[in-house]
Design a protein around this ligand. Structure first.
Ligand code: FUB
Length: 469
């Protein structure tokens, strides 16, 4: 099954799809740090490659990363790859064959320049955190000669606080203030004692997760919202990394643990994330091994919306394959890439009519097994005119019974905008884009709505997509 899925995903890369997770499909893109610069979202992920492809890397079952790309998007759906911004061979202080270019971050300094922070294996032992500087977010970036003095560790994140200071977080929730030059730790940082296994050592700065639930914590991401500082971080609750968070009134804490943003997921041991507000909406960027079901060190960036409660706490986020971004009502709306589904709906592989299924994978389909099953697909744009006049569906079913699929907007009981109903099809016939029904459309919606597709009559109906024309 997993083999078939991989084959399918390869085919999907060729087909081109939009508005679904993962957001980058022609390469792996782990540890996604998103930042908003100049009205666009820039994504600074680490770049997993297969360790089998690195002949000079002995660890064939471990993270393997030799460079960084940067991507940008104006709509969170279409991403431009600006290419490689840094290669392990070009880091003066780094080991050029360590394949350890782990989770990075990038922020703009007060001088207008862009500071790209990245962990890398040193020429000696352990990790350092280096900085590469550019005039534009897409680069070119020039790495500095030395890593940041006073930091040994991974996973940098820079918090640009409203007190005018920059704070660098790294590792298991360590934090220190930066100088305005962005490349050195400030002189007035406190000293903290940190435990690393059986050993204790003195660090510059503080460990903000000390005493909080934080088993095997890493990947801290700190941000500020409405007078609160949030320290969000992956840590192991049971078997794998979940995303937890803590809040404070001060950048360097003390922080109070508040709960989970995302639960542990099956298959992928790590999670790594960032949080941004773009055009008034909050988003959680995270990764999952969607494109590599058999090897969880080849991960891909995903996005879902994030919401706050009135008291400033964060609502838990459920990972979706729908992801974010607007889908036009006139496009094929791939409801099998759903925002939510009812218990009865199953997602299956869709093959063209070729008996050799490994060659003819065409994506997925949503199987509605019984009356009342539904799928929610968010953010469909019906435009501003009254010119939607018909509804098309690609579906198949195995019975000669009457089958009715109804589409609502806004909620499961919201206005009906499309209906497909027939008894005429013989067993197994496929209705496609050329078959449209207009009868049940009661209202022509305008603007962006969530769409709810429900099986009202019938059973075992497979739907590939719906569309409005
Ligand atoms: O990508 C390598 C490491 O895995 C990151 O630095 C961690 O945060 C985890 O995602």
């Amino acid at each position: 099954m997993k083999h078939i899925l991989t084959m399918g995903l390869a085919a999907l890369l060729v087909q081109g799809v939009s508005a679904q997770n993962p957001i980058i499909r022609d390469q792996f893109s782990a540890d996604p740090t998103a930042r908003v610069f100049n009205g666009k979202v820039y994504l600074f992920p680490s770049h997993d490659i297969s360790p089998l492809s690195a002949y000079d890397y002995p660890r064939k079952d471990w993270f393997c990363m030799n460079d960084y790309h940067v991507f940008s998007s104006e709509n969170l759906t279409d991403w431009t790859d600006h290419g490689v911004i840094l290669d392990q061979k070009n880091v003066p202080w780094g080991n050029p064959t360590a394949y350890s270019m782990w989770a990075p971050d990038c922020v703009q300094g007060k001088d207008g320049k862009y500071y790209f922070y990245f962990p890398n294996a040193t020429k000696g032992r352990g990790f350092g955190i280096g900085v590469a500087v550019a005039d534009k977010p897409e680069g070119p970036y020039k790495p500095l000669e030395k890593s940041i003095e006073g930091i040994n560790g991974i996973d940098p994140c820079v918090l640009q606080a409203s007190d005018g200071n920059n704070y660098i977080f790294w590792g298991a929730g360590n934090c220190a203030k930066l100088k305005d030059n962005m490349i050195e730790l400030a002189d007035d940082n406190p000293k903290d004692t940190v435990k690393w296994g059986p050993r204790s050592f003195v660090m510059t700065g503080v460990n903000c997760l000390k005493g909080l639930p934080s088993r095997q914590a890493e990947g801290p991401f700190a941000f500020e919202y409405n007078g609160n500082y949030y320290l969000t971080y992956p840590y192991v609750v049971k078997d794998r990394e979940a995303l937890g968070y803590a809040m404070s009134k001060n950048p360097m804490g003390p922080y109070e643990y508040k709960g989970l943003i995302m639960e542990e997921r099956p298959d992928c041991w790590t999670n790594h994330h960032s949080i941004i507000n773009f055009k008034g909406q909050w988003y959680l960027f995270y990764h999952y091994n969607y494109l590599s079901p058999n090897f969880d060190k080849n991960r891909s960036a995903c996005i879902d919306k994030l919401e706050f409660n009135p008291d400033g706490t964060i609502k838990p986020v459920t990972m979706t394959v729908r992801g974010v971004g607007i889908t036009k009502a006139t496009d094929k709306i791939q409801i099998d890439r759903y925002s939510k589904i009812s218990d009865g709906v199953k997602i299956d592989f869709l093959y063209a009519n070729d008996p050799d299924t490994t060659k003819r994978f065409e994506g997925w389909e949503a199987i509605f097994s019984k009356k009342g099953d539904w799928v929610e697909y968010d953010d469909v744009d019906f435009g501003q005119n009254d010119n939607i006049s018909s509804f098309a569906i690609k579906a198949k079913f195995d019975t000669g019974k009457k089958t009715t699929i109804r589409v609502h907007v806004d909620s499961q009981t919201g206005p009906v905008v499309g209906e497909f109903s027939t008894v005429k099809f013989p067993v197994g016939i496929v209705a496609d884009g050329s078959l449209k029904t207009t009868g049940a459309k009661t209202k022509n919606p305008k603007g962006v709505h969530n769409v709810f597709v429900e099986l009202v009559e019938g059973e075992n109906v497979a739907v590939d997509w719906i569309s409005f024309e």
